[in-house]
Design a protein around this ligand. Sequence first.
Ligand SMILES: *Cc1c(COP(=O)(O)O)cnc(C)c1O
Length: 403
Amino acid sequence: MKRREILKIATVLPLAGSMKGLTAPVQGDREPPISKRNLFKELELRTFINAAGVYTSMTASLMPKEVLEAIWSGADEFVMLDEVQDKVGEKIAALCHAEAATVTAGCWSALVLGMAGVLTGMDKQKVSQLPFLQGTDMKSEVILQKSHANGYHRALTNAGVSIILVETREEVEKMISEKTALMWFLNREAPVGKIKHEEWLEIAQKHRIPTMIDIAADVPPVENLWKFNDMGFDLVVISGGKAMRGPQSTGILMGRKELVAAARLSAPPRSGIGRGQKVNKEEILGMYVALEKYIHTDHEQEWRVWEERIAVIENAVKNIDGVFTEVVVPPIANHTPTLNISWEKGKIRGAGKDLLMKLRNGNPSIEMRSGKDDGLELTVFMLKPGQEKIVARRLREELTAFS
Ligand SMILES: *Cc1c(COP(=O)(O)O)cnc(C)c1O
């Protein structure tokens, strides 16, 4: 039987169904990716319904079937690591309107490698000097807005740079010097920063300073995949394993060709500061397929599904005496319908964290987040179809039990 046919069977078989007797192993010791072995049970790992959202601590997202198939089929041959990065990079770049792209070990790694590329260019001597900039002729400072310094900017310091925080245009102009390597922007905090995208780019371009924007969690909307390349940022970094549901350990660095090429000098298979940030070929292929699938998704239809799920949960709890519900959509980052549930403390005698514990320890286990006014907050984009009914029922049970 051909691989493709085996894969096809593998995807339609129920999980409990055994492959034995149906197909011969693909290649001696290699069988299709369906196993009766349940490692979650075996290792006594708690699995849960994820009504929280995309969080690294909760293993973020579940890869769709196409991505798993890409990983499985990608495991069947040897290729040169650089060649798979070249080819996948070209495809990703074309999909996202970038000159070039490379798959990284998460968005964090894209930040580190992009920074490294900006500092070193194609100079291998400089690549080997990172992260020690003193006594070299590399630039050493990154300028960003104070409100954009929320922790992720520390990835840049892995490459040895210091961070210069500014608030106003005047401060940027004052701090720019021959040491300035990069002007960095965190898309998520764009609304609170005094300087918006266009002005940031304008200042940087005037002084010929490279720019990088972090859009890690900022799809949906899907247009964000190309919007900032079109706008003129030199480098754009994004997570692969958040809403795009690629492998959790992947990200994308994309942008100007010479900068992406330079960044790759610090990445595997070469021994630079990114040598420990390896992405295997299976996941590079998985990232590509996830991106492609995400771009071709019917986003309006997906949004309607999310709204329907939210409605199922909201309707189950909003009539409980003392309970208030509200649906909000964060403008940037995790831009998806989000349900806030709060309650009159006299009518329901429990705090959000008490309910979180009850839901976590219940059967099935459910994760969501603490919300405002000591309430709860949940999203539905990481639910499997039908799980909204379970979340609705469990929430109603627990809220009623506390009333
Ligand atoms: C999640 C996140 C990152 C890190 O991304 P990983 O893919 O987990 O490495 C970086 N920046 C921001 C703003 C993020 O939200």
